[in-house]
Design a protein around this ligand. Structure first.
Ligand SMILES: *[C@@H]1O[C@H](CO)[C@@H](O)[C@H](O)[C@H]1NC(C)=O
Length: 390
């Protein structure tokens, strides 16, 4: 202890000497001295720092091809494909802000038995994709290229054969560019697990179309994905919706029948009252398994507006934040190759940030599961101190 204090004083002396004369100190700093500076000044408390997700290192990955990572948080501030309240372009900033109390030194996840930020995976915040708010065709192309460009990066750890993207939305239409990128990268269609109040497999003709049809919306991106062959279709029970409670078009079940014909299985919000979170978890896992690549998309409107009013198309009667988190914890065995949290529209949330807090927690749980899955796949599950052995 005394020697640490002594080194500290020594350093302080050198620093003030360096400040005292005009020329900068260009001598070599030893690793010990740099470590001492880090220990002294490197801490970011929950309320400090300039606001990357969970205080992770922030790098503009899109302009630096040399940056490598195992998992990247990437913002997609885009909201011009919505049908009701706009504002999700402010989602990434707001979710990052609400993640402030996730600091690497206090992020051990008891249910997962790991700290996702202090384990094998190099997790960084790649910042935001600069997406035009003026033209959705250009915006879609920008997102597709950005996701593919980042998804093709070299991973750092052998535990991550390919790097994974954790996208902060943005409106839900961004899932189409994400699925296009995954199809290109994996060379095959992907299964989807979709938490949402709404189907989002809507034929664009279901919207008033007298003046023309716009296919790319936050309610039809899965319909487009199906048409483009981006979704796994070797079984009719290929992808899963969970938390549904939307009204349907017209006066019959056509929307649901269309959805079934696109190979989706539906779990409604109400089902949780009969089968509980455990029943929802079992249902999802029995369909998706632990091997096939799955894209996990969380529309924050799966939560009840009591818990997440800050969203574009709120629907009463949804799940609690605790129920959603419990379900996410229960499906940690899925082979998630990419994920998003979308439709956080902070202008409609309350000053306590409940919606963005829920979204930030969802991201934390998904990151925990991705890191844990990497350990499980290598038969190294469970050890909290695994990092040193890898
Ligand atoms: C599955 O998708 C592929 C690619 O779009 C398509 O060629 C094929 O006909 C589809 N199969 C079924 C059973 O729908």
């Amino acid at each position: 202890m005394r020697s640490v204090v002594a080194l500290g004083l020594l350093l302080l002396g050198r620093l003030s000497a360096a400040c005292g004369n005009d020329k900068h100190d260009d001598r070599e700093w030893s690793p010990e001295e740099l470590a001492e500076l880090e220990a002294k000044w490197g801490t970011e408390y929950g309320f400090s720092g300039i606001g990357s997700f969970a205080h992770l290192p922030y790098v503009k990955c899109l302009v630096d091809p040399s940056v490598q990572f195992d998992i990247a948080v990437i913002g997609a501030p885009f909201d011009t494909a919505v049908t009701y309240r706009p504002g999700a372009r402010f989602g990434p900033r707001s979710i990052r802000h609400a993640s402030s109390r996730q600091t690497s030194f206090r992020a051990f996840n008891p249910r997962a038995n790991i700290n996702p930020y202090m384990n094998w995976a190099k997790i960084i915040d790649c910042g935001d994709i600069p997406i035009t708010p003026f033209d959705n065709n250009i915006a879609r192309e920008q997102m597709t290229q950005a996701f593919e460009y980042l998804g093709r990066r070299q991973s750092v750890s052998a535990l991550a054969p390919k790097p994974k993207l954790m996208t902060l939305g943005g409106d839900h239409s961004l899932t189409l560019p994400a699925l296009r990128a995954l199809k290109a990268i994996y060379g095959k269609p992907i299964r989807v697990l979709h938490f949402d109040a709404h189907l989002d497999t809507w034929n664009p003709l279901a919207y008033p179309s007298h003046w023309g049809i716009t296919e790319f919306t936050h309610g039809s991106m899965f319909w487009m994905a199906n048409k483009e062959g981006l979704l796994y279709n070797e079984t009719s029970r290929a992808s899963v919706h969970a938390g549904l409670r939307t009204r349907l078009t017209g006066s019959d079940w056509t929307d649901n029948e269309d959805d079934t014909s696109q190979n989706w299985v539906r779990f409604s919000a109400d089902q949780i009252d009969e089968i509980g979170t455990a029943g929802i978890i079992d249902g999802i896992m029995s369909i998706l398994g632990t091997e096939d690549p799955v894209y996990l998309s969380v529309d924050i409107d799966v939560l009840d507006p009591a818990f997440a009013p800050g969203t574009g198309t709120p629907e009463p009667g949804g799940w609690t934040t605790r129920e959603l988190i419990r379900i996410l914890r229960g499906i940690e065995g899925l082979n998630v190759v990419g994920a998003d949290v979308v439709e956080v529209s902070p202008a409609y949330q309350n000053s306590g940030e409940e919606t963005s807090l829920a979204a930030a927690q969802v991201v934390y749980e998904l990151l925990s599961s991705m890191v844990k899955k990497g350990l499980a796949d290598m038969g190294k599950e469970g050890a909290a101190t695994q990092k040193d052995e890898l």
